[in-house]
Design a protein around this ligand. Structure first.
Ligand code: NAD
Length: 291
């Protein structure tokens, strides 16, 4: 039987709707909206497109968003000054530095300068540390969005074997921590892993985040597995594809995300969720006391 399709677009809409409701109640109680400041450097078309999605989502849910568009040759000091200014600014609750940066700038020099309470991408070492220590905090959007997808399935994932392909700071590593928190047994594979097929064949939950189309052969997939494709690659004809061939993989998997329409919308919706969370932590709505 063909796998059930996990509809990320639909689930992301429900997360944005929840954010919108929370923002309306914040507006009614204290008259302010959450504010998100996005820093976009240079003219990388993919980055411009991602920032466009984020701006549209902010508009839909009612977050005040500002995009700071900087030239490709911005200096380290200029970028640090902007982050400093946004850290101080009261109406900025979330700061997002769109990656990748131009070659002369190292992401870590800036990510750790963002105030941890405004770090809506969850990439600050403080927030990463909180995730590792199982403490509440702002968590990276893509792995957290994937956990939301998994929680919406009518399945108990406790004790399942999750295999993650990719070990980057923004997807693979925090994904491993999320799945450990969810009581899965976790294997992380990367470009130096030998016998990739043998690992994939054992996966009850397979999460692929490499950006290498067709890296996973569909006949490696364990029958009935939950398959989450994070990969996002654009072919020369403009088609968007993931790491896994959806049409053949769905004949073996139990559940599967499409690309596009799977993980991507969840990342943006989770950013909205995180921005509301950051705003509520920095300036909580006053409790209404009836006496
Ligand atoms: P990255 O390049 O930082 O990391 C890729 C990872 O894949 C590395 O850990 C590398 O070791 C591993 N890898 C590469 N070749 C491999 C191989 N042959 N076998 C096993 N592992 C291999 O990329 P990233 O930033 O983590 O993103 C990965 C993919 O996910 C990209 O396609 C990106 O566009 C996509 N992505 C999508 C979203 C979304 O919201 N949909 C968000 C983030 C990233």
């Amino acid at each position: 039987m063909a796998a059930q399709r996990i509809n990320g677009t639909e689930i992301a809409q429900s997360i944005r709707d929840e954010a919108k409701t929370q923002i309306q109640s914040r507006l009614a109680n204290q008259g302010t909206r959450p504010g998100l400041d996005v820093i976009l450097i240079g003219d990388n078309p993919a980055s411009k497109s991602y920032v466009g999605h984020k701006e549209r989502a902010c508009l839909e849910v009612g977050i005040n968003s500002t995009v700071h568009r900087l030239k490709n040759d911005v200096t380290k000091q200029e970028l640090l000054n902007l982050i400093d200014q946004l850290n101080q600014q009261e109406h900025t609750h979330g700061i997002l530095l769109q990656l990748p940066l131009p070659e002369h700038l190292q992401p870590q020099d800036f990510l750790e300068k963002i105030s941890p309470e405004k770090d809506v991408d969850g990439f600050h070492p403080y927030n990463m540390g909180k995730l590792i220590l199982r403490e509440p905090g702002l968590r990276p959007c893509t792995p957290l969005g994937i956990m939301t997808l998994l929680k919406r399935l009518p399945l108990n994932i406790t004790g399942l074997h999750a295999v993650i392909i990719g070990a980057s700071n923004i997807v693979g590593r925090p994904m491993a921590m999320e799945l450990l928190l969810a009581k899965c047994t976790v294997t992380v594979c990367h470009r130096f892993t030998s016998s990739l097929a043998a690992h994939v064949k054992q996966a009850d939950i397979l999460i692929s985040a490499t950006g290498k189309p067709n890296i996973i052969q569909s006949d490696w997939i364990k029958p009935g597995a939950i398959v989450i494709d994070v990969g996002f690659s654009k072919l020369s004809n403009g088609t968007i594809i993931g790491d896994i061939d959806f049409e053949t993989a769905k004949l073996r998997a139990g559940w599967i995300t499409p690309v596009p329409g799977g993980v991507g919308p969840m990342t943006v919706a989770t950013l909205m969720h995180n921005t509301v969370q950051a705003a509520n932590t920095q300036s909580p709505c006053p409790t209404i006391i009836n006496d």
